[in-house]
Design a protein around this ligand. Structure first.
Ligand SMILES: [Zn+2]
Length: 444
């Protein structure tokens, strides 16, 4: 009799724990990855950039594997071309708003994001980006402001706005120390007081053993991938985030993880093709890591998209029917950093140019560069460095046959990529706000 009772008790305990596990496992993990500025030309360029030249066919990319739809990106004002704030608000909240707006609608009223909703429902939440963590795209998921430029006020909200008595985000990785450690407020100390483990160096990622965690790895944005010691830093942060968000626990919780390959956009604004491809590689490797994770954890949906395109990038320019991926591959730094190194090396600049780009310049081009570098002195350093950067970019575009139409954004549709549970939900043509609306339905 006693044994039977024990058995019944054991069964009911087991059943109860199964029930709670079952209930949790019905809730879908959400990974939302944004390639800032990643228009169609960027994924096409990346296909050529990563192609294995040893094989005759053009290799498919992870973008090709996961492509499911297209989205319009226009904001809710007189503009047809969005900025990152309005687009991020659309993607985070499902509401169209004006350029510059962070998590507020056209009437300047705060709107709830998928991260807010996930948090209210008890999800774990994470954000990992390669810009400063309080930059427009991640900010729209966490904060509310009429102006994306209010960097300090936005950073304050990361700790001041609480849901169920706690900060909204369990894991924050990216750049932005200068906005968190200030004269008037030390937000890092405040996060630590709330139990967060803080690290200030990406090399210390492995020291983070549990949530909550805050990692700020640079004063502003992280070093551009093309010249970073961690060229796959978003992939690294993603791997670590997934590990932390799925740690074994007596009460397992689903998670929402927002990721951004932030600097595709910055390279686009700079019209720097090698810089852009460095960021694209990090984005692609991040998607591969997520794919592996979803294969092992099928109760997860990945949606990846862009907020808009940047720079009016074109493969082929000035009537030339060619795009030289091989040339792009050999470029080892961003144009401003190459300019700095050329100026530092003075008369020896040709050797440095060769090692950083492997581009053989024509004689008149060498003369033009020589003339610029000779002019440099202490008083005109900045001006000449700007001139050299512009010259370097002209050479990149000429020798790679890359075109750009603007230093700003462009208004064409962007691609939607998806993988995992219910990826067909994101199939077809839609508006950027529909992506968030659909993600809201996953949250229960
Ligand atoms: Zn931009």
């Amino acid at each position: 009799m006693r044994t039977l009772k024990k058995l019944a008790l054991a069964v009911s305990v087991c059943f109860a724990s199964q029930l709670s596990y079952g209930a949790e496992s019905d809730r879908t993990n959400i990974i939302f990855l944004i390639g800032d500025g990643m228009g169609v030309a960027y994924t096409s360029a990346y296909r050529l950039f990563q192609d294995n030249l040893a094989t005759p066919e053009l290799d498919k990319t992870i973008f090709d594997e996961m492509l499911v739809g297209m989205a319009t990106t226009y904001p809710d004002d007189h503009n047809q071309v969005t900025d990152s704030a309005a687009a991020a608000t659309a993607l985070a909240t499902g509401i169209k708003t004006f350029n510059g707006a962070i998590g507020v609608d056209a009437q300047h009223q705060p709107v709830i994001s998928i991260l807010d909703k996930a948090r209210e429902l008890g999800y774990l939440t994470g954000v990992a980006v390669t810009c400063q963590v309080n930059h427009a795209t991640p900010a729209a998921f966490i904060a509310h402001s009429d102006s994306r430029q209010s960097y300090e006020a936005i950073a304050d909200q990361y700790i001041d706005l609480k849901i169920n008595g706690k900060p909204k985000v369990d894991l924050i990785f990216g750049g932005g120390q200068e906005y968190f450690v200030r004269k008037d407020r030390d937000l890092v100390k405040e996060f630590e007081a709330q139990g967060y483990k803080y690290i200030d160096d990406i090399n210390k990622l492995r020291k983070v053993k549990k949530l909550p965690a805050l990692g700020l790895f640079s004063t502003g944005g992280l070093t551009p991938a093309v010249e970073s010691d961690h060229p796959l830093r978003l992939a690294e942060m993603t791997q670590k985030s997934l590990e932390l968000l799925t740690q074994k626990s007596a009460h397992p919780k689903p998670f929402l993880l927002m990721l951004e390959a932030s600097q595709i956009d910055w390279c686009g604004h700079a019209n720097d093709i090698a810089c852009a491809m460095g960021e694209m590689r990090d984005m692609a490797e991040t998607m591969k890591i997520i794919k592996q994770f979803i294969d092992a954890n099928p109760n997860t949906i990945l949606v990846a998209t862009a907020d808009h395109s940047t720079g009016g990038l074109s493969l082929g320019a000035k009537g030339r029917y060619q795009w030289e991926a091989r040339v792009v591959r050999n470029i080892k730094a961003t144009a401003p950093s190459i300019a700095r190194q050329l100026l530092d090396s003075k008369a020896n600049w040709k050797t440095v140019w060769q090692s950083l780009t492997q581009i053989k310049l024509a004689e008149d081009e060498q003369k033009a560069m020589d003339a610029l570098i000779v002019q440099a002195n202490e008083n005109n350093q900045e001006f000449i460095s700007g001139q050299v950067t512009a010259q370097v970019l002209t050479f990149f575009d000429k020798y790679t046959s890359t075109g750009w139409t603007t230093k700003g954004h462009t208004g064409e549709d962007v691609q939607i990529f998806s993988y995992g549970k219910g990826k067909e939900t994101f199939q077809g043509a839609m508006d950027n706000t529909d992506i968030a609306k659909k993600l809201f339905t996953y949250l229960k």
